[in-house]
Write a protein that binds this ligand. Structure first.
Ligand code: ZN
Length: 510
């Protein structure tokens, strides 16, 4: 094995496969164990694997299946994370003039989570992508729990479809339009009622037994906003989850509608967001029944009327301006508040299925037009809206499930009196990841030890890791103790390693 360090990539891979196939593994194991870190180092060089892999690509090889005793996942080091936080002042950037800022946008740019490119468009930097991926997983879980099946439809939509539904003209300037080389008209889809209904219509043999059919996607959407603003809250390019339902009857469609609303309520509850479901206008989507899921916030652009007595709430657009008493319970008074729309549901009836002939065969084998609903969630908007309502003026606070990393471990400053405990910090990262499996890949080590603990704590506050562990002089005690700061609750406690494991064992990740 030692000789392998001088061999070529092909020879080395052959040797490794031979070892892994070897029947005398028990004999080889201690040798491999000893040599493995050096082989890995060599592999990284020859195969140009990144030195610090965040994807776990090294770990996912056959290696961990054989040796569990040694941590192979490299520690995530803050100094290596791409989180450019020394960004230019937004106000100085002429391209962004006209874009209004808000707390979430300011903090996200400050923390190196997003970077503006052109009006209404942003780079989503790695920490944001991690958070978005978690949000997508939560959405997938909730949509699939009610029978949703995920698909992916083209963003480039033919104008023919949109002309058929008459929305090509109706959408006006909001639609991003383009021509291909054959002078064919296209748009970048902001929503996909036409596309999905055509897809279902193309299935000649759809049976009533296959309904309800719930299809959804989570993709980039495009809207030519006249005034993009508030960072990810109102952009021109953003992620949306759009689901479409097909049912046998109006009654069945209402049941599906209700189950999607309940799934949305569960989703927001899991994220710790207190959204209200309000009656809404159906706008250019059409249909007869619609609700918005609004997150109350001062910067919200929607005006809501909420009853102080019962659960009635409505968008002001749907209520006559004269009304001050609740039309539902008749006794409560309606109070106006502002909200950010994070979700929208529509009962569509046969509006699209009739036009595109999306039909199924009923129990008598007769063709019938399907009843439809459509259901949106602003994925990027949920993330930004959550940060907007949860963050402090100084630091980001995440819905626990969506924090890019759960734990940050801070070793002492280099050259300080307690410098000697630095190794304990690295050890702690591995211990935590091993003892609490759901924290694997969720613990970072702030190795910028040229900086004081105070300065790094300030950064940790801005980035909003739910848990920050300071390895300081307490670690020198007989039973080492660590300072644990729970940033969500603003609590600080001193815990042993077991105490940390106990506390972090209760953390929910996705
Ligand atoms: Zn009421």
């Amino acid at each position: 094995m030692l000789m392998a360090l001088g061999t070529s990539r092909a020879q080395l891979s052959a040797l490794i496969s031979a070892v892994l196939r070897s029947t005398c593994w028990s004999v080889m194991e201690p040798v491999v164990h000893q040599v493995w870190p050096r082989v890995l180092q060599h592999l990284r060089r020859t195969l140009t694997l990144p030195q610090r892999s965040h994807s776990g690509c090294v770990e996912n090889n056959a290696v961990t299946a054989t040796t569990h005793s040694r941590p192979i996942r490299p520690t995530l080091l803050v100094s290596r994370l791409y989180q450019p936080s020394n960004l230019r002042d937004v106000g100085q950037d002429s391209r962004l003039q006209g874009e209004m800022t808000c707390k979430s946008q300011r903090l996200m740019q400050q923390a190196g989570l997003i970077h503006p490119s052109n009006p209404g468009c942003y780079y989503y930097l790695p920490a944001t992508v991690r958070s978005m991926e978690k949000l997508v997983r939560v959405i997938d879980q909730e949509m699939q729990a009610i029978g949703g099946q995920k698909l992916d439809m083209p963003s480039l939509c033919s104008a023919d479809l949109w002309k058929t539904s008459e929305r090509w003209d109706l959408m006006g300037k909001e639609l991003f339009r383009l021509k291909d080389r054959h002078e064919g008209d296209y748009c970048l889809g902001p929503t996909h009622e036409e596309a999905v209904t055509t897809l279902v219509a193309h299935q000649a043999t759809l049976s009533y037994r296959q309904l309800p059919l719930l299809l959804y996607q989570i993709t980039r959407k495009f809207r030519d906003e006249p005034k993009p603003k508030f960072g990810l809250l109102r952009g021109r390019e953003f992620y949306m989850k759009d689901m479409y339902s097909f049912d046998v009857s109006e009654e069945a469609a209402y049941e599906t509608y209700e189950s999607v609303c309940q799934a949305y309520t569960r989703l927001f509850a899991r994220l710790g967001l207190h959204c209200v479901q309000v009656q809404a206008d159906t706008g250019n989507i059409g249909g007869t029944l619609s609700h918005e899921f609004q997150l109350p916030a001062d910067i919200g652009e929607d005006r809501l009327l909420v009853c102080g007595n019962c659960s009635f709430s409505a968008n002001v657009e749907t209520v006559s301006s004269e009304i001050t008493d609740c039309p539902h319970c008749k006794t409560g008074t309606l109070v106006e508040s502002k909200g950010i729309e994070v979700g929208h549901t529509f009962y569509l009836g046969k509006k699209y299925s009739q036009i595109f002939n999306a039909s199924f065969s009923n129990a008598q084998n007769k063709p019938c037009v399907a009843e439809m609903g459509c259901y949106g969630l602003g994925v990027t908007r949920i993330l930004a809206a959550a940060l907007e309502v949860m963050s402090t003026e100084e630091g980001i606070r995440w819905p626990g499930l969506l924090a890019p990393y759960q734990v940050c471990v801070l070793p002492p400053k280099k050259g300080s009196k307690v410098d000697g405990v630095a190794a304990l910090a690295d050890d702690l990262v591995h211990t935590l990841e091993k003892a609490v499996p759901c924290l694997r890949g969720e613990v970072v080590l702030d190795d910028r030890t040229q900086m004081t603990v105070g300065k790094r704590l300030k950064d940790a506050n801005i980035l909003g890791y739910p848990y920050v562990i300071v390895v300081g002089k307490g670690a020198l005690e007989g039973t080492p103790r660590f300072e644990m700061i729970c940033q969500q609750t603003d609590e600080t406690m001193f815990l042993s390693k077991e105490g940390l494991i106990d506390l972090l064992g209760g953390v929910e990740t996705v």
